[in-house]
Design a protein around this ligand. Sequence first.
Ligand SMILES: [Zn+2]
Length: 172
Amino acid sequence: MEKQIILPENIELTEEVKTLYKDKDGKYYLSKEGAQEKLAMHFKCKCGNGIREKYRIFCDACEPPKKPKEIKEWDGKSMLYIDDRYFNDVEEIEEYCEDEGIDKHTLEIYICDGNYLSEVSEDYWEDVFAEDGELPKEIRVKLDELNKAIKEYGKPMSWSPSKYIAKFEWND
Ligand SMILES: [Zn+2]
């Protein structure tokens, strides 16, 4: 038996043909632009994976990006630094590892840079100089002497970790 549908009088239907866009998974989109926007890989990670979120730079596999560590040979003299602690030599590091139960092979040992006394320039007193003022001769002589002594002293007053990791080859 044929099904009868009775429409209220105020309903009018007109036929309209519209093009839809379908992706390979069978999903339909109303416009090509909309489909492209939805399906686009907005960015590509450096590894080649696509990234959907616009605010990201790396894909899941690559995030957080690892900065390559810079490694160099230790000169045997510079202070070494591990986790807020400074070490004079390898023996101290080995002791520390024993005390703390740390595997020394897993350590990242930073090489420190020395902080040296800087030479004193006459600019140090510029606030008290007259406009074209000059340092009195006898003071100038002493200043030169001081700077010579600082230069000759040549030893660091303290150490700060550099960005370099010491290259260590442990024997055991
Ligand atoms: Zn990636």
